[in-house]
Design a protein around this ligand. Structure first.
Ligand code: M6R
Length: 604
């Protein structure tokens, strides 16, 4: 996702900003830019695509005097990844960079436009700089104008702003998005949205808290806290280990990505939930005209989210839905009819098998949609329409947050289609939207949950196999749980529908067969419970995951009580991910780069 850097000092500002942005590259971005204020005024550069493009544009530009500089890598949310939409954004005499989303930007923009302000970009960010310059006219100084502006913004943000009205100063604000300032003995000030760009430059850093804003000059750091009091910076030593900084203190990227899910889902939902309807600005309702069927196609984890989607589309949108494994679909001469919407799902947007099925569907004249995490990927460029999952870059080979965001998008899409098809009454859609708003909370990893799973994992390091079982949408979740375990522990695991065990696999039941049973309260609880009891009676070792105590289990992981099965789904997903992680750690495996696997499978 987006990254921010800032520098105030006498060194080569351009190089420092570009180097800093390089350190944030791993987060993923689609454009980048810098703005530097020196004695003789501003210089600003932006480029779409990789940082080399920005380096090329700035190669003849030299900074060798005192300067205030800000830089940004952008992961498009509002508006396409174009140069005009790239940060920094310019007003009359100020530049701003921003991470997060300004939720009330449309209202502010309308008012500013009414007053004659011309907007150059489609971003929410641009309102910040214009609002600041508007406030400047009625304020005694730039800081007063900045403070007023910050108070007028709603949403999540980390902001840096530089203005000709107060040279030698960088203004900052933080609400919901990370931001820190670093210092060294040379009186320089460095800003960034995470530690890595500061390593090697700073010895000590101050992390800003939500609701804080202020400014820095060479001589001072002024911080106003959320209740309006000035506070002194609190410095802590900056670790000099870059890899660990990228992992934000977690042992593995996979672990970090599991913990991140609550935040990234909030990004996935942001701007897409109205009070009574789901909004996908990127979709034209025309895409669904004449459509009587949905076909989903994907591989691996994305296939599991597609399988989950079949339950949601049929349940809420009341539309016939089927799902296919891409590598199978492409060689079986499938019948494709034009009243079918063909949806491909992919984290990377580059998976060869899935991409090929998209080409086949296009050639057959079907309407196509891609649910993807990477803008500008091959699938996004090829499909008629796309929805980005906004999970941010996923580094662990075992997919976690990409899956969670795909499920959230499918849940929203099923309601979007339900509204178009009039298949769900307005109250039910509103109720579902309220539930969707609760997803980020259901994804929070608690210390007690993680500790419990860590302890329990030591009992599951051997055996002759694992069965992950569930019913309804918990069946694809069981498949996903089994895939996670296989990928990083190298233990044999299968996902199975709970009701299907008695048709064969139950023959394997003995104490060395581990059953991981998903027992949601709000989806076929009694039926699933009977299936687990059948296994327990045959001495299979059972680990049950449920909000309801279950005394037939050898191990029990209790999740929170919710009012709906989808919230149970998300918390159980976290439990399964952590269980695989901890088993893999105990077995001494490479969690982030498991043997024989690649993050993006671009070959058949
Ligand atoms: O990038 P994609 O979502 O298209 O990738 C599909 C699979 O290769 C991927 O989900 C794979 O199964 C992961 N390693 C699962 O953790």
């Amino acid at each position: 996702m987006c990254g921010i850097v800032g520098y105030l000092g006498k060194k080569n500002t351009k190089e420092i900003l570009l180097e800093g942005l390089k350190e944030l590259e791993y987060r993923g971005y689609d454009s980048a830019g810098i703005a530097i204020l020196q004695e003789n005024g501003f210089n600003s550069f932006k480029a779409v695509g990789k940082l080399v493009n920005l380096e090329e544009k700035t190669k003849d530009f030299i900074t060798d005097t005192f300067a205030a500089g800000i830089g940004h890598t952008r992961w498009a949310t509002h508006g396409k990844p174009t140069e005009l939409n790239a940060h920094p954004h310019l007003g009359q005499s100020s530049y701003v960079v921003h991470n997060g989303i300004i939720e009330n930007y449309a209202k502010l923009k309308k008012e500013l436009m009414r007053e004659g302000v011309v907007f150059l970009s489609q971003t929410d960010t641009e309102v910040i700089v214009h609002q600041f310059e508007k406030n400047l006219k009625s304020s005694s100084d730039a800081f007063e104008a900045f403070a007023k502006t910050v108070k007028e913004l709603e949403g999540a943000f980390a902001i840096l702003l530089v203005t000709k009205d107060e040279k030698n100063t960088i203004f900052f604000a933080k609400q919901g998005s990370p931001m820190l300032v670093g210092i060294n003995s040379e009186n320089e000030k460095y800003f960034a949205s995470s530690d890595t760009p500061l390593i090697g430059h700073c010895t000590e850093v101050n992390y800003f808290e939500d609701g804080e804003y202020g400014y820095v000059t060479s001589d001072e750091i002024v911080i106003v806290d959320k209740i309006g009091n000035n506070r002194q910076p609190v410095f802590s030593k900056l670790s000099q280990n870059k890899l660990s900084a990228q992992k934000d203190g977690y042992r593995f990227f996979m672990e970090k990505e599991i913990y991140e899910q609550s935040t990234v889902i909030a990004d996935t939902l942001m701007g897409r939930l109205g009070s009574e309807e789901v909004l996908f600005d990127e979709l034209d309702a025309e895409l669904f005209h004449g459509i009587n069927e949905i076909k989903l196609c994907a591989c691996g984890t994305s296939y599991h989210s597609a399988l989950s989607a079949t339950y949601l589309f049929e349940r809420y949108s009341k539309i016939k839905t089927s799902v296919e494994i891409a590598s199978e679909f492409r060689y079986r001469n499938p019948i494709m009819s034009k009243d079918t919407l063909f949806i491909v799902i992919s984290q990377s947007g580059e998976t060869a098998d899935t991409l090929e099925t998209l080409k086949m569907a296009k050639e057959a004249g079907l309407k196509t949609l891609v649910i993807c995490n990477v803008d500008n990927s091959s699938m996004v460029r090829l499909a008629d329409a796309s929805i980005l999952t906004r999970a941010g870059i996923e580094k662990g080979v075992a997919s976690t947050k990409a899956f969670a965001t795909q499920i959230a998008v499918f849940w929203m899409l099923s309601l979007y289609v339900a509204k178009l098809r009039n298949s769900l009454d307005a109250n039910e859609i509103a109720k579902q939207i309220t539930l969707l708003r609760e997803v980020p909370a259901s994804l929070k990893v608690t210390d007690s949950m993680h500790e419990k799973i860590k302890r329990l994992s030591k009992r599951y390091l051997h055996g002759h196999g694992f069965f992950f079982i569930g019913r309804d949408i918990f069946f694809p979740l069981a498949l996903e749980g089994a895939l996670k375990l296989k990928e990083i522990s190298y233990l044999h695991a299968e996902g199975y529908p709970s009701g299907e065990m008695k048709h064969g696999p139950i023959a394997l039941a003995d104490p060395e067969l581990f059953t991981i049973a998903l027992l949601p309260q709000h989806m076929l609880y009694e039926k699933s419970k009977s299936n687990v009891e059948e296994l327990s009676a045959r001495d299979s070792t059972i680990c049950a995951i449920s909000p309801i105590e279950f005394d037939k289990a050898d191990d029990f992981i209790q999740i929170s009580t919710y009012s709906d099965y989808m919230l149970e789904f998300f918390e159980m997903m976290i439990v399964l991910q952590l269980l695989s992680l901890e088993i893999s750690v105990r077995l001494g495996n490479d969690v982030d780069m498991p043997r024989n696997l690649a993050k993006s499978v671009t070959v058949e």
